[in-house]
Design a protein around this ligand. Structure first.
Ligand code: NAD
Ligand code: GLY
Length: 365
């Protein structure tokens, strides 16, 4: 029998949906109540499929379940791979009543969501995230899309899922590097909104990085609660939701520069949060002691603390110029007003920004 630990609502009026968090849900928990029609297309990849596809199929008793297996990796988060989903849907004659199911990490989740947003002008989908990063962040909130060679997640749509089912047992097969990458987004919630959570993370980061199930379940619950609250207040990112992008402007530049998949998204966000904290300190918003706390927690999570050594300030500036938060050519950044309190601003001085970029373009001692 499965053990449902938490059920959290994402409160979006008629588009509200539950986040179910538990152990042993895959294969046991019946999700057919979230499916309107009779057809299901499970989208997964060639790493997750062999591990969990059969169990995922068992979550939809009485439905006609098809599946499509994509090549694994961030470098495949593109049009060509997205088309494999449409090929499968059309070959198997899926109608507007079909439901897509994303079984995998954030890459599969973002692409499946985007396919669902656009197939026959929009069909429902369900998220079954299997990485820590996707369980704490990407499966919740309805941001879907693919990358463009010139910028991360540049093509996409908002499309909320019908339900999110998080089976924490799936994390036991996740490589340690991916666990650390997920912790970057967990730390983010502590830094932008919740100092008590940050304090808990500082006490618990080693068990979390070592994949302790009880600690991870608590971190997932608190992260999802934070994300659900932000999304409920600002679904389309007109203000508050942009704070969830702490470290992402620097991070997306690193990911794009390094070539998609060479730096994991969470690794780039971890270093990006340190850079954002450095700039926050230069702007006089946080103290150097606070900056050190940010560096320490990111480092203890097993994440890199500086960008690729050969990356120059000019590389950063060129790549950050295409960030989605920018308005009228003005760079907008998420900074820390204090630990546990973030702001979105275009007011950071160019001198301070250049100083941050320069200091991180040199090997750190
Ligand atoms: P990912 O999807 O590439 O998964 C990481 C690796 O783990 C892959 O090789 C995957 O096949 C493998 N994997 C997945 N589950 C596994 C399991 N249980 N056991 C063993 N291996 C497993 O990467 P990710 O970190 O999950 O997601 C990163 C993506 O999410 C990025 O593209 C990023 O842009 C996106 N993202 C989106 C949002 C959003 O709001 N939509 C938020 C954050 C990140
Ligand atoms: N990961 C940022 C967001 O969902 O808004």
């Amino acid at each position: 029998m499965y053990n449902l630990l938490h059920e959290l609502p994402v409160d979006l009026g008629e588009r509200s949906y539950p986040i179910m968090i538990g152990e042993g849900l895959l294969g046991e928990c019946d999700l057919s109540g979230y499916v309107g029609g009779s057809q299901i297309m499970i989208v997964t990849n060639d790493v997750v499929g062999p591990l969990y596809l059969e169990k995922a199929k068992a979550c939809f008793p009485g439905k006609a379940v098809d599946s499509v297996v994509l090549p694994d990796g961030e470098k495949h988060k593109d049009w060509q791979t997205l088309n494999l989903i449409f090929d499968a849907l059309l070959e198997k004659r899926h109608t507007r009543k079909t439901t897509l199911v994303a079984l995998g990490g954030g890459v599969v989740g973002d692409m499946t969501g985007f396919a669902a947003a656009s197939y026959q002008r929009g069909v429902p989908f369900i998220q079954i995230p299997t990485t820590l990063l996707s369980q704490v962040d990407s499966s919740v909130g309805g941001k879907t899309g693919i990358n463009h060679p010139l910028g991360k997640n540049m093509i996409g749509a908002f499309h909320q899922p019908e339900a999110v089912m998080i089976d924490t047992d799936t994390l036991q097969t996740l490589p340690p590097r991916e666990v650390s990458a997920g912790l970057a987004e967990v730390i983010k919630y502590g830094l932008i909104r919740d100092t008590a959570f940050l304090g808990w993370l500082e006490e618990t980061i080693e068990p979390l990085a070592a994949c302790d199930s009880k600690a991870l379940a608590e971190a997932i619950f608190r992260s999802c609660a934070c994300k659900a609250d932000v999304v409920a207040q600002d679904e389309r990112e007109s203000g508050l939701r942009a704070t969830l992008n702490l470290g992402h402007t620097f991070g997306h530049a690193i990911e794009t520069y390094a070539g998609y998949g060479n730096w994991l998204h969470g690794e780039a966000v971890g270093t990006g949060m340190i850079m954002a904290a450095d700039l926050s300190a230069r702007e006089g918003l946080i103290s150097l002691a606070d900056y050190d706390r940010v560096v320490r927690i990111v480092h203890r999570a097993g994440l890199p603390v500086q960008p690729p050594v050969e990356m120059t300030p000019e590389d950063f500036m060129g790549l950050m110029a295409v960030d989605k938060k920018n308005i009228d050519g003005k760079l907008r950044l998420v900074l820390l007003r204090a630990l546990g309190d973030a702001l979105v601003t275009s007011e950071a001085t160019s001198q301070n920004l250049m100083a941050t970029l320069k200091v991180f373009s040199q090997p750190q001692s």
